[in-house]
Design a protein around this ligand. Structure first.
Ligand code: APR
Ligand code: MG
Length: 280
């Protein structure tokens, strides 16, 4: 626990962002699988799928409940679907190949989600675990070769670890590092100056973002951005760190011209094209 914690800076983002090669095609950037959204929380699927498709991905398959699909189609005609994907995943697993996957936004913490999570963990691909799925994680990911990325806010981190929110907030870096090692998972501990801690002790503080993000749905946007970034980056660490950085940078752009009270989470995806361009 002696490793230094440094900031993931603009300079590092500029150096590590992938370039879209002239001869590249959608297969170059991979297909992502997003298991998100339910009847009572359809918006999480919309917000996270838009964010994923804005973040460099080749193709996106959204596994969501049947009644959610018609609400995504008009705002994201580019996505494809795995109808009732959560149910199918929980019972049969996946047959198709994916570059990376994410599970959790807009899912209630139910047994089906736990089963689905276990099926995804059997696959050797980077996996983001958020929101409802965070409540159902095993006690360790020690057997897994590909990275598992947990994206808790302080309350979720507290539920995973049993450490009070107050203590978490007083020792964010130390605890994120400790638990990343303990769980063998990447921990993205969200909040002002999000901490990204890797199981080997490396950790970074994110300098972007502001209180405009303190509103429901912005975490779903982050999960989508991370999925897209994991698909288009060769180095998964860079994908995660750049995703966290750019998500915050979108909010920073917002408050330059708008009140911090007014940002809507889906608007982060509308800000990303210009924000990302700025760092290329
Ligand atoms: N400064 C910088 N960033 C912030 C700030 C802040 N003051 N407040 C929030 N953020 C960022 C976090 O770092 C994170 O990226 O906004 C995002 C919020 O993510 P979540 O807390 O996961 O919010 P979200 O999932 O969108 O909230 C919806 O999630 O856990 C459930 O029940 C909870 O209803 C809630 C739902
Ligand atoms: Mg959340």
């Amino acid at each position: 626990m002696n490793e230094k914690t440094t900031a993931w800076t603009e300079e590092k983002v500029r150096k590590t962002l992938p370039v879209r090669g002239e001869d590249s095609h959608k297969g170059t950037y991979g297909t992502g699988l997003l298991i998100a959204g339910s009847t009572d929380m359809p918006g999480a699927a919309i917000i996270s799928s838009q964010a994923a498709m804005r973040s460099g991905i080749g193709k996106l398959v959204v596994g969501t409940s049947e009644d959610v699909i018609p609400s995504i189609v008009p705002v994201l005609p580019e996505a494809t679907y795995w109808r009732n994907g959560l149910d199918h995943l929980a019972s049969d697993g996946i047959q198709q190949e994916f570059r990376a996957a994410a599970i959790g936004p807009g899912l209630p913490p139910e047994e089906k989600v736990e089963k689905a999570l276990h099926k995804l963990l059997e696959k050797d691909i980077p996996l983001i675990v958020d929101a409802g799925a965070l409540e159902k994680i095993p006690s360790t990911f020690s057997d897994r070769k590909s990275p598992v990325i947990l994206t808790p806010h302080p309350g979720e981190f507290s539920r995973i670890t049993g450490v009070s929110v107050e203590k978490v907030q007083n020792a964010r870096v130390e605890l994120a590092k400790e638990w990343a090692e303990k769980l063998n998972a990447v921990i993205v501990l969200k909040g002002n100056n999000t901490v990204t801690a890797f199981p080997d002790g490396e950790a970074f503080l994110n300098p972007t973002g502001n209180a405009a993000l303190a509103k429901g749905g912005t975490g779903d946007a982050l999960t989508g951005m991370l999925l897209g970034m994991l698909c288009c980056h060769e180095n998964y660490r860079h994908g995660i760190l750049n995703g966290v950085y750019l998500h915050g940078a979108c909010a920073d752009k917002w408050v330059k011209e708008n009140s911090a009270h007014t940002l809507l989470a889906h608007e982060l995806s509308e800000l990303l094209p210009q924000v990302l361009r700025h760092f290329e």
